[in-house]
Design a protein around this ligand. Structure first.
Ligand code: ATP
Ligand code: LTN
Length: 327
């Protein structure tokens, strides 16, 4: 039994890509491992956030975790900012990570493009705080979407360097990336990942989209001009829609191909929209229910943070000693 840890940013409405890429894999692992899942509010502020909205989005992210089936009895759920050891270790790891390796991070390159000198130091440094999040808990497995793989690899490199310099301290974590669903593509641009920061809402299916939004977005999803429903990597739009359909209905690509033999894209899209409505409806009901009980949400975060704090402080004591600041 290893330790599994993951997190997401409370930076907007979560989409079906976040659910399939990260939350579902965590749910599967929750049964066999010791789990930690949290809300990285200090990562979210690397780009400007409205404080009032940030607070709501933190509670919303927690409601999504709980509504999806993440169980506070089995999983330690908490808010990153409640555990100051994350930022403390982040600083120490800043002194181990190199500018060169951070400059190679593709997420930073994508998110800072065209922002010039205005881009925050925090956005550049973001992967180091993520490394601290992971290493503080002696994590073995990090379930994430494909876009985060490079950050977990950087975490391993930083951990290895620290271990060489100061003696074995950190466990080397492994990313857990599912074969299908780790990179759900944008509905309007199937060559780029679905993203909650996309300008066009037709890019994503939000977990809170209603029936008509789902229907409109799926019907207008970009596909090539083919006719048959056949899974082919060279038709990224259709392959993406088939991946979503396969994951939410648990049907294989062969079964989907059979189901739609002799039918066209229109029929398939209608059926996919219907399947998404059925899939999201119970989740949405539960999210709204959890959001009504703010005290309960705060209680869950508080209990989780007590457990996390205990582990984090034990680890920090070792780290402070290793680097020579404990007198
Ligand atoms: P954004 O959508 O704004 O780019 P993000 O990826 O930076 O968001 P999070 O919302 O914190 O940030 O991501 C939470 C989890 O969802 C991560 O594990 C991430 O890899 C995963 N994820 C994000 N987008 C997708 C996607 N399109 N397909 C699969 N997994 C995804
Ligand atoms: N960078 C991640 C969120 C994140 C994370 C973590 C994921 C921050 N710290 C630790 C796994 C483990 C993202 O999805 N944007």
């Amino acid at each position: 039994m290893g330790r599994v840890l993951s997190a997401l940013q409370p930076s907007g409405f979560l989409h079906i890509g976040n659910y399939l890429g990260m939350i579902e894999p965590v749910l599967i692992l929750q049964e066999q491992h010791e789990n930690f899942i949290f809300i990285v509010d200090y990562h979210a502020i690397t780009v400007p956030q409205d404080p009032k909205k940030l607070r709501e989005q933190i509670l919303f992210a927690l409601a999504v975790y709980l509504a999806s089936g993440i169980d506070p009895q089995k999983t330690t759920i908490f808010q990153q900012s409640a555990i100051p050891q994350h930022t403390e270790l982040g600083w120490i790891l800043n002194c181990v990570a190199s500018m060169g390796e951070l400059e190679r991070m593709t997420q930073f390159k994508d998110k800072s493009r065209n922002k010039g000198e205005q881009v925050s130091v925090g956005l550049f440094d973001y992967p180091v705080l993520m490394a601290a999040d992971i290493l503080l808990y002696d994590t073995n497995i990090v379930p994430v979407g494909e876009d985060q793989k490079q950050h977990v690899e950087l975490t391993r490199n930083i951990a290895q360097r620290f271990n060489q310099r100061f003696g074995t301290t950190f466990t080397l974590p492994k990313p857990e990336i599912r074969t299908h669903g780790a990179r759900i593509m944008g509905l309007d641009h199937p060559e780029k990942k679905m993203s909650k920061s996309a300008e066009n809402p037709k890019n994503y299916i939000s977990l809170l989209d209603d029936e008509s939004a789902i229907q409109q977005k799926i019907m207008s999803a970009v596909t090539d001009s083919g006719k048959e429903i056949i899974y082919d990597q060279n038709s990224p739009g259709l392959a993406n829609l088939m991946t979503i359909y396969s994951l939410i209905t648990q049907k294989t690509f062969e079964q989907i191909q059979e189901e739609f033999e002799g039918k066209g894209y229109g029929d398939f899209k209608k059926q996919l929209a219907q399947a998404l409505i059925i899939f999201l409806h119970p989740l949405q009901e539960k999210i709204h229910l959890y959001l009504k009980n703010e005290d309960e949400l705060k209680r869950i975060l508080h209990e989780g943070s007590l457990r996390a704090q205990d582990i984090a402080e034990k680890k920090m004591k070792q780290i402070r000693k290793k680097i020579g600041v404990t007198l």
